[in-house]
Ligand binder design. Structure first.
Ligand code: FA5
Length: 351
């Protein structure tokens, strides 16, 4: 009996050592310690042997049983540790879709605008959003007392006077800072440091202290345009703008030039675009007129050239300023400008 126990011991411990996983250990437990297991059967035979032998073998068998239990538990513990340390990788699971961001509709349209004008040999220029009242008004032929200042309701900066001191040389003339109401001040900033001929566009944010509605925001974007040379004329302007809309909307659209007033151009124009939706027949987008008001424009005023130290007798040029949101609204048929800034994902995710 003792010999049998010794042999079994060697065999079982070897099997436990070689077990590949927890399931194999569980099989061994059933095979040797289960109700009909080999060790259990040995314990059952104790009643058939002599008392003397039972006194010797009995404790040995009990210890043996405990040793097997301990060895099995120990090995199961090791498997658990390994499993806990290893990352759970299931290479059969399909990969997680990483959601990448996308452009805001205004960025898409601005990129288009930049691309089209660049292809027409325009340079893209930027200017500051915090501006001095000199560049925003005075340099554009809108002196302090001029009623045209009322056309652009302005956010003035409280510490503007202090900030402007020691700023750029021309801010010393006015000593007041504001959030620019249009991109036109960049016309002057560019002319001060460049010699014609040139043609530029200026995309950028502008701010107006006014009530919002479906087509007006306090914070919106404009694209300024300026082309200056010896014989730049309104026919050039009409061609450039018609070509721009053709490339932007992918079809030929009529434009209409109406007389208008801006102090920094003479003559001044309002540009209307044939309604993209109804093609001029009249619909809800164009208020049944067939036309969409899209931008202000005109020939640069001689006084603006003088402020830039250009000779107005030698040069002429056209300038225009259009609202980026209005263009995006037309392109994507968006009924309310406030949707661009709502942060509503149901809207943004459509682009
Ligand atoms: C100007 O801002 C002039 N600087 C444009 C200009 C440039 C004229 C160069 C002549 C030469 P106006 O205030 O009309 O003009 O604005 C130009 C365009 O900006 C408008 O046609 C419109 O498309 C857009 N816009 C104006 N106000 C708002 C607003 N509150 N919200 C959204 N878009 C606006």
């Amino acid at each position: 009996m003792i010999k049998k126990i010794e042999d079994l011991k060697l065999k079982i411990f070897k099997l436990i050592e070689d077990a590949a996983d927890v399931a194999a250990l569980e099989n061994l437990r059933v095979q040797y310690l289960g109700r009909k297991g080999e060790v259990t059967n040995l314990l059952k035979t104790l009643k058939d042997i002599s008392i003397e032998e039972r006194k010797k073998v009995g404790p040995q068998l009990q210890t043996f049983k405990k040793e097997i239990e301990l060895a099995l538990d120990d090995k199961v513990g090791k498997f658990m540790e390994i499993a806990a340390a290893a990352p759970e990788i299931d290479i059969t699971i399909p990969g997680k879709k990483i959601s990448v961001g996308h452009y805001h509709p205004l960025s898409i349209v601005e990129k288009d605008v930049r691309r089209i004008f660049k292809a027409m040999n325009f340079s893209v220029v930027e200017g500051p959003e915090i501006e001095s009242d000199y560049y925003n008004f005075d340099a554009l032929n809108i002196p302090k007392s001029h009623p045209a200042r009322d056309m652009w309701d302005t956010f003035w900066l409280q510490d503007g006077q202090k900030l402007a001191k020691g700023g750029d040389k021309l801010s010393a003339i006015s000593h007041k800072l504001l959030l620019r109401t249009h991109t036109s001040p960049v016309q002057m900033r560019y002319m001060e440091t460049h010699k014609p001929p040139f043609q530029i566009i200026v995309p950028g944010r502008v701010f107006r202290y006014e009530a919002t509605d479906a087509s007006h925001e306090t914070n919106f974007n404009q694209i300024e345009g300026l082309m200056v040379g010896k014989d730049v004329n309104l026919a050039n302007f009409k061609f450039v703008i018609q070509e721009f809309f053709k490339r932007l909307f992918g079809k030929n659209l009529e434009i209409r030039l109406r007389p208008s007033y801006f102090p920094f151009v003479e003559p001044g124009l309002e540009v209307d675009l044939q309604c993209v939706k109804c093609g001029g027949k009249g619909c809800n987008i164009c208020g049944n007129s067939g036309w969409l008001e899209i931008m202000g424009a005109g020939m640069v005023h001689p006084k603006v050239f003088e402020a830039a130290h250009y000779n107005p007798r030698e040069l002429q040029g056209f300038a225009f300023g259009m609202g980026l949101e209005r263009i995006a609204m037309i392109k994507y048929n968006i009924p309310d400008i406030r949707m661009f800034y709502s942060g509503d994902l149901r809207f943004i995710n459509q682009f």
